[in-house]
Write a protein that binds this ligand. Sequence first.
Ligand SMILES: [Zn+2]
Ligand SMILES: [Zn+2]
Length: 113
Amino acid sequence: MKGECTLQTPQHASVDGFSAEKALFLAIACLEDRDKHMHCAQCGTRIKWESAFVSAHRMTEDCVGTGTIVQVDIPYCPQCEEKPYVRGCFHVFERQDGCATGELDFSGARIAI
Ligand SMILES: [Zn+2]
Ligand SMILES: [Zn+2]
């Protein structure tokens, strides 16, 4: 299994970093057929999407039980990869004035935090 071609549920990751990883995974590890279905580039199995519940919280808060829960779909190959974790967390950076950014812009959905 090639580590660089797997996508895992974000753990202590920034939203931007995860978005970039997901885009990279879809570009490198997946092939799209004519019907817009994604397939694994290595074995050809149809890519599955696992819904994960990710807690988006500020850097200063604990990783457990705080923040806003965001549902994130994680693409993976059921043949080559482990099923992604159903829980993870995003770390939201605060602005220089000490306020949180206020909302997350993730996959087109705006999430107030
Ligand atoms: Zn965390
Ligand atoms: Zn595969």
